[in-house]
Design a protein around this ligand. Structure first.
Ligand code: CDP
Length: 211
């Protein structure tokens, strides 16, 4: 059964695409960003220092991931997640959980930054979902407003650019497409179009009977 890796930068639409692929092929799905967010939330609740790798790695113990917890998506937690995800010890503390998920006999879909490069380099399909920073900032802004949070386009764009910079320049598992990834640029695609294109690419690559 197939393993599908979906990677890409913040607000590229990778989560939506990964969920849609999982549903389409009847596979379990893991949003690996939630693991980093859960560690960040732990640290934030203790008042730990995200600049200190030892404190960050301690926050990896006993993380409970409640995907619907709105606190996981707040700006301070997003920022801390981006900071602590650069620590090699944090990444290795979360590695096994992700690799076990990817190794399930029935196959799996995982989305994140390093699924195709580090977590599941043997994945049957690797998608790298991207979009321009302006389009991603607009999407993230709409998402924040929908959740009742206050935000401005310029601030969200600056945050996206800062996160792109941190994610792509870190030493361990930097954000970059795997050599054999298919790149899907969603800048000019609506959600339905992006999902349809991802399903088309997946069916082509996996030669699985689509439902
Ligand atoms: O899509 P967005 O960047 O808003 O969030 P996310 O995918 O939930 O990821 C949260 C943070 O965790 C990001 O800033 C990444 O730096 C980090 N992350 C990572 O380093 N590796 C992963 N496999 C997933 C997320």
């Amino acid at each position: 059964m197939p393993v599908i890796a979906v990677d890409g930068p913040a607000a590229s639409g990778k989560g939506t695409i990964a969920r849609a692929l999982a549903k389409h092929f009847g596979l379990p799905h893991m949003d690996t960003g939630l693991l980093y967010r859960a560690v960040a939330l732990n640290l934030w609740r203790w008042g730990g220092d995200p600049g200190n790798e030892f404190e960050a790695v301690r926050a990896c113990n006993d993380i409970g991931v409640e995907p619907d917890d709105p606190e996981l998506r707040t700006e301070p937690v997003s920022k801390i997640a981006s900071m602590i995800s650069a620590y090699p010890s944090v990444r290795s503390a979360l590695l096994e959980r992700q690799q076990q998920f990817a190794a399930q006999p029935g196959g799996a879909v995982l989305d994140g930054r390093d699924i195709g490069t580090v977590i599941a380099p043997e994945a049957d399909l690797k998608l790298f979902v991207t979009a321009s920073p302006e389009v991603r900032a607009q999407r993230r802004l709409e998402e924040l407003l929908r959740r009742g949070m206050r935000a401005h386009h310029a601030d969200v764009l600056a945050d996206i650019r800062a996160r792109d910079e941190r994610d792509s320049t870190r030493d361990v598992a930097p954000l970059k497409p795997a050599a054999d990834a298919l790149v899907l640029d969603t800048s000019d695609l609506g959600v339905d179009e992006a999902v349809a294109e991802a399903v088309r690419l997946a069916e082509q690559r996996l030669t699985i009977e689509g439902s």
